[in-house]
Structure formats: C-alpha cells, structure tokens
Design a protein around this ligand. Structure first.
Ligand code: TPP
Length: 563
C-alpha cells in the first residue's frame, strides 16, 4: 500500500474485512474517503437521510449476518443524531463499526465550528471509542476496532477520523482482521455440576435470550428443554431462539415489569439461564425473583452478565451451543426413569396449555374478524395465508405483535427480528437492512404509526437503492403501548382510571402514510375495511420493489373504557 493516502487504505481495510456496505449520511469532513469510494465498487455507500436510519439499517444487517458492519456519521452533529440507535445496537450486541470524520488534528486548538469531543460522545454507547491521531496507526486502530466489535459479547465501536490523518501517506499493510474464536466449552466436571443441579427438578424453567441465536444453539436449546421438560421463557429474546410454536416455549417474560415475571421465575425449583441476562425489564423486581432453595445455572459468553443482579449457583462463561449439548448428554446419563417420565409428562401439560390458549385467542379473533375499524388479527390471518414460509420479518408492531406472532408463528432461525434496546424507529430501516442481507427473500417490516414516524425517510433509501422490502404500518392512531403501561402504573399505585395523557394520542392530525410513501416514490395503499385486506396484500406481494400498506386499525384500548 506504499504511497497510498489513508483515505484509500482505510477503504481497502474495510474491503479486506468483507464489508460491502457503508451505511451513512455524508458531510464535508468525510469528503476525502467518500471521494475515494468510487475506486472501490465492492463497497457500496447506502445513502440515508437521517443518521438514525443509517445506524438502524446497519443494526439489522449486522444482526442478520453476524458480521462487522460499517456506519459513517458526520462529525458531532451526525454522531449526536445516531446515538439513540447506537444505544440500541449496544444493548442488542450488534457489531457496528461507526466512523465519523473530523476537520483534522491540526485544528484541535482552534475549537472552531463542528469541533466536538466525538470520542466522549460515543463512549457510553460503544464497547470502545477512539480517535486515530497518527497515520502510522490508522489501520492498526481500525483493525482493533473491528476485532472488538466482532468479539462476543459483540457491540458497536467508534473511530474518529481526522482529515489530516487520512490525507497523509499510509505505510501500513492491509491485512484481514483476526476475530478470536470463542467456541468455549467448559470442562467435564463443570458440566456434571450443572447437570446435577438440574436433573432432579420438578419445576424447571429455562430463561433464554438472543445469545442462543448468536451461537446457533437452537437445536441444543430445544433438546435440553425437552430433556428436562422445562418451560422456556425469553428475556432479551428478540429472534427465533426456539420455534415460537414449540410446546415448551411460553413467550417473553416481558420488557417492562418485574411484577409480571417474578411470579413465574419464583415458582421454579431449578433455573437454567442461557444466552441472556437477568432481567432486561425496565422496572425489574429487585429481590425474590428466585425461590431461596432453587438451583440457578447461568451459561453465557458474556461474563459481565452472569450473577450481575441475583444469586447464581453455577456461572459458566462458555458458548451455549457446545455447553448445552454437553449438559444434555450428562442429564441423559444422570436422570432416572422416573425423572425422565416426569419430564415427558410436563411436555404433555405444556402442549395442551399452549393448544388451549391458542384456540381461545383464535376464537376471540373470529368474533372481531369482520369489524370496521379493523382488528389487526384479521390482517395478520390473511397475510399468513399469502406469505411464503421463508419470509423474513422485522417486527416493531409493538401492541400488534401478539397477533403477528399468533398467525405468522416465527419458527425459522434468522427469519424474525424484533426491536431490542427500546429505541423506536427500527422497524422500517430494520427491514431494509434485512433485505440487503437476504435480497432473494420476501422481507417485511412492521411498525406502529408512532414508531415509523421516527424514521419514515427510510422509504426514500428503499427507492434510491432499489431495496424491495415491504412496509406495514399498524396504524392505531396512538402510542398504544404507553396507554397500556400507564394503566399498569395506575393499578400499582391505586390511582383511579382516568383519561390518558393527551400526548399519547396521535389522532390530530391523522397521518396519511400512503401519501407519504407516494411522495418518496413507494407505491402504497390504505386498508381500512376487512374487504380491502386481501386485495391489498396480493398487490403488495405482486409488486416488484418496495411497497407500503397503511393498515388502519381500532384505537380502542384493551381493558379500558377511556380512549
Ligand atoms: C426513541 C424513542 N422515543 C420514545 C419512546 C417511548 N415509547 C415507547 S412505546 C411508544 C409508543 C409506540 O407507539 P406505536 O409505534 O404507534 O405502537 P403502539 O404502541 O401504538 O402499538 C413510545 C413513544 C421510545 N421507546 N423510543
């Protein structure tokens, strides 16, 4: 690379590491390497019109491909816009490599317009935040950043790139970054200790999260659950870690309230935690989450998360895939006939309970199927008939998600992603990131009418780069989740139910999402009655390219007389 300036060398480094997209929004202090991009057609710039979209697209792409993914933001102002979504990526362990330009080290003392401490801004939302200060270490620093992002527990990193460093000659060699192998299996005695704690349980549960999907440990999780006859609960689980249809899968413990999860977790006499942390809820219970005599085993590659908040009897820093397989083998040898038969009986009970709960929900859906305003279950049921089995979904439908799960029953690993981290606006850019990762598949992004307004300009990017994802707005004209949550708040504090805060309502003015889509070149339709559902879905799926459906649904708040 002798004789090349840093602005070229850095792009060659990204290419050497298999990066094919730079998601970003440009500025003048990045012009050097953006100008150099034309020499490298293998690295495509994906133009977004707001930094939130660049980060959210990259987040979904990285989650789907599990590969370090490049994001370019513009100086302090662009980084500032991107921070909320970088938090999302940090919480969700997405391996993003975020870069931003700076005027140059020679201007440090001047403190002029655009000057900002970028490293400090990015630090709280990254695994590592740094600045390259000399051309001799440009690629060294970039490779270290990529390695840190892609080493479990993965997460975003940030590198500030002063222009004068990139304009200087780079003498460093480009070489592929080495990511350490982390397929760590514990020793046999540790496996046996774990099996001994779990084997005799009569009320075992498994709490699992996306560390399972990351490790590709789907089969191992299913097998150990079946061996133990243990209910499986999700915590920070926003992908398919076990098929949603599996009899033992009970759903998510919840995102908000420990009062919802503690009654479940405290009943267990043995708890296996794998690939997640305890607990991701916003208002978690601070104690009493496990029975005092319950045995708690925690397996994860993330040592920080083990025994972070609550007692653990055996913490194992290891890869869930080989570890769960080894514990299962030990259980099979250790469990006696009576224990095995009790485990099978628990599966039977779980199967019946799941079947009955689904039948009740479907019976209720049938009573509202012909209503106008629409019930979202009508839309989901017709969509389920029309979609290919291997459609890929980004679900930010929030209060419409239960109906989505009921009909689309996510079951294929890598085909279903939900928001992770709490920042609204991931649904539509998320679908674009997934479509880039799976160009041959039907990809759908679901969002509430509230959530999609944070990043609606993503539709422009879809047209600009011919990314044929489909977008579905579950339009209940409100911040419905906030209404449901405040009802919980009223109940807990003995406050009588009253009208919801006006700021939770989105009815005035009502957004015409189809018109917005048309304005950005995306064909779209508004769906408001049961009769319109089928033809609209057919048109969406027959359209080659992006398409938006604005599905106008009831804004009635379940369980409330207020609106
Ligand atoms: C960036 C950001 N701002 C605000 C919030 C707070 N918040 C959580 S849920 C929610 C309402 C979401 O409404 P919508 O997307 O329409 O879905 P619905 O709840 O109606 O199903 C809001 C505003 C958030 N999570 N993220």
């Amino acid at each position: 690379m002798s004789g090349k300036t840093g602005r070229y060398a850095i792009l060659e480094q990204f290419l050497a590491d298999g990066m094919t997209y730079m998601f970003g929004n440009p500025g003048t202090v990045e012009q050097g390497f953006l100008d150099a991009l034309e020499k490298y057609p293998g690295l495509q710039y994906i133009t977004t019109l707001q930094e939130t979209i660049a980060v959210a697209m990259a987040d979904a792409y990285a989650r789907s491909t599990k590969k370090p993914t490049l994001v370019q933001l513009h100086s302090g102002v662009g980084l500032g816009n991107g921070i909320g979504m970088m938090y999302q990526a940090y919480r969700g362990h997405a391996p993003l490599v975020v870069i931003a330009g700076e005027a140059g080290t020679q201007y440090d003392a001047t403190d002029a317009q655009m000057a900002a401490d970028l490293v400090a801004m990015a630090r709280p939302v990254t695994k590592w935040s740094t600045r390259v200060v000399h051309p001799s270490s440009l690629l060294r620093v970039v490779r270290r950043a990529i390695k840190i992002a892609a080493t479990p527990p993965m997460g975003p990193v940030f590198v500030a790139l002063p222009m004068d460093v990139l304009d200087a000659i780079s003498e460093e060699r480009v070489e592929k970054t080495v990511i350490p192998v982390s397929r760590v299996t514990p020793s046999a005695d540790v496996i046996d200790q774990a099996a001994a704690m779990l084997a005799g349980a009569s009320r075992p549960i498994i709490i699992m999260g996306d560390g399972i999907a990351y490790a590709g440990a789907h089969d191992e999780l299913r097998t150990i659950a079946e061996t133990l006859g243990a209910d499986v609960w999700g915590a920070d689980a926003s992908e398919v870690n076990i098929p949603f249809t599996h009899p033992l899968y009970k759903g998510a413990l919840g995102h908000m309230f420990g009062t919802h999860s503690s009654p479940i977790t405290s009943r267990a006499d043995a708890v296996l935690i794998a690939g997640t942390y305890i607990f991701p809820e916003v208002f978690p219970a601070l104690d009493g989450v496990f029975a005092s005599d319950a045995k708690i085993v925690h397996v994860d590659l993330n040592a920080y998360e083990i025994a972070k908040n609550h007692r653990v009897d055996l913490g194992i820093v290891a890869d869930p895939k080989p570890t769960l397989a080894a514990i299962t083998a030990s259980l099979a040898a250790r469990m006696n006939a009576e224990q095995k038969s009790a485990a099978r009986a628990r599966i039977g009970v779980a199967e019946k309970a799941k079947h009955d709960a689904l039948a009740t929900a479907l019976a209720h859906d049938a009573t509202v199927a012909d209503r106008t305003p629409l019930d979202i279950s009508r839309f989901m049921s017709e969509l389920a008939h029309a979609l290919p089995d291997d459609a890929v979904i980004f679900d930010e439908a929030l209060t419409s998600s239960p109906a989505l799960e009921r009909y689309l029953h996510p079951h294929l690993p890598g085909h279903f992603f939900q928001t992770r981290g709490g920042s609204l606006g991931v649904g539509f850019p998320g679908a674009l990131g997934l479509k880039l990762a799976h160009p041959e598949k039907t990809v759908l992004g679901f969002s509430g009418d509230g959530g999609c307004m944070y990043t609606i300009q993503a539709l422009w990017t879809a047209v600009r780069h011919k990314i044929g994802a489909k977008f579905i707005v579950c339009n209940n004209q409100s911040y419905m989740l906030l209404k449901l949550n405040i009802m919980e708040y009223w109940k807990e504090r003995g406050i009588e139910e009253h009208t919801f805060p006006e700021c939770f309502d989105l009815q005035g003015p009502v957004v015409d999402f189809a018109a917005m889509a048309h304005a950005m070149g995306v064909p779209a339709r508004r769906v408001a009655t049961p009769a319109e559902v089928g033809p609209a879905i057919a048109e969406m799926l027959a359209t080659d390219g992006p398409y938006l459906l604005d599905v106008v649904v009831s804004n009635t708040v379940p369980g409330s007389t207020k609106s």
